[in-house]
Design a protein around this ligand. Structure first.
Ligand code: SF4
Length: 293
């Protein structure tokens, strides 16, 4: 049995930076770490959030109750009104918004100098999108191509994407916007994070090549769920799991497939999945195969 890991998987640069900085802060503060809050989940992964909580960082669900505290802003960023509220209540901000997310915000603000409206291709309830639109004067969020036809008429529009949106969704929405406003009236900037593209394409490669593919991620992580869809397009034996306890031994070796000796098991993981979860799952697969670590 051989385990093949996707070439690009697990923590992206933005998540790693935020996690490392948070853990370093907790260590530096020691007993005083309890005065520090993360607002919402630092990333969409329960195990990462639990580890940060164990290190002494508190969790706040809403900004209203926070004053005179230290507040960590997650990788997705936060709405401008929320930051203003926190600052007004004398909180110290530790801004761990990913640099890629910030650059999309800057590009969108630039687009609104040139166009009467900015369209964000993304999901309305995603924290990154909620943060982004708070910096814009006349934003519209579009998730499906059909929504494009219902937008108001404008002489021109600027377009940016949520960093983790699926490329095929963006392409379809962009085509619908061109259909509505005309090619010359749509200025679309490609703001999908390179990690998203690379993660999906590396996962696709492994899914094609392996007998079984395990997609590791939190059920609430949309980019991890999307990886499962990508893998399913290539391999019907794609399984989603968030932790080692969710491995089902009956997956191996697949019925009518190869025997353990020649089996190739692929593993990929979403951008918020920590190394320790991936390693734990790989170790369990080796154990099931009867291999020593
Ligand atoms: S996926 Fe990209 S944009 Fe999102 S946190 Fe990671 S590096 Fe930043």
């Amino acid at each position: 049995m051989q385990i093949i890991f996707a070439e690009r998987m697990g923590f992206c640069r933005g998540v790693r930076r935020a996690f490392d900085a948070t853990m370093a802060l907790a260590q530096q503060l020691g007993d005083k770490a309890g005065e520090t809050y993360m607002l919402g989940d630092l990333v969409h992964n329960e195990q990462v959030v639990a580890r940060i909580s164990e290190a002494g960082i508190l969790q706040a669900k809403s900004p209203e109750a926070l004053s005179d505290a230290r507040v960590i802003i997650r990788t997705h960023g936060e709405a401008k009104e929320v930051i203003d509220l926190l600052v007004a209540a004398n909180n110290q901000i530790v801004d761990l918004t990913c640099g890629v997310v910030k650059s999309v915000r800057e590009k969108a603000v630039g687009l609104q100098q040139r166009h009467p409206a900015v369209i964000v291709v993304g999901k309305k309830d995603h924290p990154e999108v909620q943060g982004l639109v708070s910096y814009l004067k006349n934003p519209h969020v579009v998730t499906e191509p059909e929504e494009a036809q219902k937008l108001p008429d404008y002489a021109s529009v600027g377009v940016v994407e949520q960093t983790t949106i699926e490329r095929h969704r963006y392409e379809r929405v962009r085509a619908a916007l061109v259909d509505k406003y005309g090619e010359g009236s749509v200025e679309a900037l490609d703001t999908i994070c390179p990690h998203t593209d690379e993660n999906q394409s590396a996962s696709r490669d492994v899914a094609k090549r392996c007998d079984i593919i395990l997609v590791v991620g939190d059920a609430h992580s949309s980019n991890s769920r999307r990886l499962l869809e990508v893998c399913q397009e290539e391999n019907p034996r794609s399984h989603f799991l968030s932790c080692v306890g969710e491995i089902d031994p009956s997956w191996f070796p697949p019925e009518g497939g190869k025997r353990w000796e020649t089996l190739e098991v692929g593993i990929t993981a979403g951008a918020s999945t920590p190394d320790w979860t991936i390693e734990g799952i790989a170790a369990k697969v080796r154990e099931l195969a009867g291999l020593k670590e």
